[in-house]
Design a protein around this ligand. Structure first.
Ligand SMILES: O=C(O)[C@H](O)[C@@H](O)[C@H](O)[C@H](O)COP(=O)(O)O
Length: 292
């Protein structure tokens, strides 16, 4: 099968390679001249045979919107656009409607696997009409892990990204739990070697997982993570998960706490803890630490 792929960064670049290895033809476009196969989107579309399939793998939000707008003008009825980025699921309905006016199909694909996906495969959570999804099956088969799992047609447009969003919410909470356990072990000074405790958990335990394996990798690189600052960004999926929880009145204490822990990581000195210190001092005369 033939595929146009837009965005050849850490994810898209490896996906191009994995799809090619499966014997498909991929024509890639990236703003970076060293990565791209064509000079612009017009040339990409021109090189593809109709009906075309174009997979968009650029950052969620404005960057994806710009590409969808351009594709709407360049593509023809019967073509399909796949959004494989980490888009907010509500954007999918909008993009499907915008492209649908011209008879262009839309499929959303939540893609998990990170930089390891080239070798391990990418887990795919897909949303869209059955016939559009069926047409893309050879590409999904090329990308997915080799085993029986790792691919699902989750439902209508938006269902793929909704599933991926919840996956990422779980990812936040799992990482937070490992991080908290690690900090407690390091601080309490009750075990000889924290890294070896983590390593021992990799087999046989209830909490073994790929994230745990990656935690051990990180500790092998830097046993006490001395070289890192305790600072974590977020790209939106955790926030949207919490928003969806509010919309559906579903309690998500663990995922919400793990999102808020990232916000706290960006503060050098917590304003709210200043207020708590001030109030304890006001009502109880408890000591405060002064600046300087
Ligand atoms: O499943 C995956 O492969 C990851 O979840 C991937 O999608 C990405 O690394 C996250 O989007 C990072 O998300 P944050 O920046 O919000 O941590």
């Amino acid at each position: 099968m033939q595929l146009g792929l837009i965005g050849l960064g850490k994810m898209g670049g490896n996906m191009r390679e994995r799809i090619r290895r499966a014997g498909h033809q991929v024509i890639g476009y990236d703003r970076n001249p060293e990565l791209t196969d064509v000079k612009d989107l017009a040339e990409l579309v021109e090189k593809l045979d109709a009906p075309r399939t174009v997979w968009v793998m650029v950052p969620a939000g404005t960057a994806t919107q710009v590409v969808v707008d351009e594709l709407k003008d360049l593509l023809s009825p019967g073509d399909i656009v796949v959004d494989g980025g980490n888009s907010r699921w509500t954007d999918d309905e909008k993009h499907a409607a915008e492209l649908g006016i011209k008879g262009i199909g839309f499929v959303d694909a939540g893609v998990s696997g990170g930089v390891w996906g080239l070798e391990n495969g990418y887990a795919l959570m897909v949303g869209g009409d059955k016939e559009n999804v069926e047409r893309l099956k050879p590409i999904f088969d090329a990308l997915k892990p080799d085993g029986p799992y790792g691919y699902v047609h989750a439902g209508r447009v938006g269902a793929g990204h909704f599933s991926k969003m919840v996956h990422n919410g779980i990812e936040y909470a799992m990482m937070q739990a490992y991080a908290e356990g690690w900090e407690l072990l390091e601080k309490a000074n009750s075990v000889d070697n924290v890294r070896e405790i983590f390593r021992s958990w990799q087999e046989g335990t209830v909490i073994r997982s790929w994230l745990l394996d990656l935690a051990v990798n990180a500790l092998d690189d830097d046993e006490h993570l001395d070289g890192l600052r305790g600072y974590a960004e977020d790209s939106g999926e955790g926030r949207w998960t919490v928003e969806a929880a509010i919309d559906n009145a579903v309690p998500l204490p663990a995922i919400t706490a793990s999102l808020f822990a990232r916000f706290a990581s960006r503060q050098d000195d917590s304003p709210q803890m200043k207020m708590i210190a001030a109030l304890r001092n006001q009502f109880g005369g408890h000591a405060v630490e002064k600046k300087g």
